[in-house]
Design a protein around this ligand. Structure first.
Ligand code: HEC
Length: 109
């Protein structure tokens, strides 16, 4: 019983930096720029593009239109090494920028 609050506080502390970074507004122009350089080999990254070069890679519009997709979920995803995206390492700024770009494609932009 006594350990529950401590665990809750720890969880909050651990989650806080991620949440703060996710809420920080990125620069979507820079995000598009980065996406064109780093992500476009596999993903359709720009507005109006729906067919990705790599079949298995969802277009950024599809990612954005996924109702469960939030800036926080995206940032968390991009911070984690991903099996199909080897060596994809972005700085926190790059993550905010690319997340801002992806979220700007929401609602069939
Ligand atoms: C080498 C090819 C490749 C590159 C480069 C790449 N991706 Fe991916 N990505 C994939 C594939 C394939 C998937 C889908 C399969 C999977 O999730 O494992 C994916 C999945 C994702 C997802 C998850 C979508 C979802 O609905 O869960 C996100 C977000 C994403 N990529 C973002 C990016 C961003 C941002 C970049 C550039 C910074 C990038 N990717 C670069 C191949 C790539």
């Amino acid at each position: 019983m006594r350990q529950l609050p401590a665990a809750a506080i720890l969880a909050t502390l651990l989650a806080a930096p991620v949440a703060a970074a996710a809420q920080e507004a990125g620069d979507k122009g820079k995000g598009l720029d980065l996406a064109l350089r780093v992500c476009a080999n596999c993903h359709a990254v720009a507005e109006g593009e729906t067919v990705s070069p790599v079949d298995a890679a969802p277009s950024f519009e599809d990612i954005a239109d996924n109702p469960g997709m939030t800036g926080m979920a995206l940032s968390a995803f991009l911070r984690t090494p991903h099996r199909t995206m080897p060596n994809l390492i972005l700085t926190p700024d790059e993550i905010s920028d690319v997340v801002a770009h992806i979220l700007s494609l929401k609602d069939g932009g």
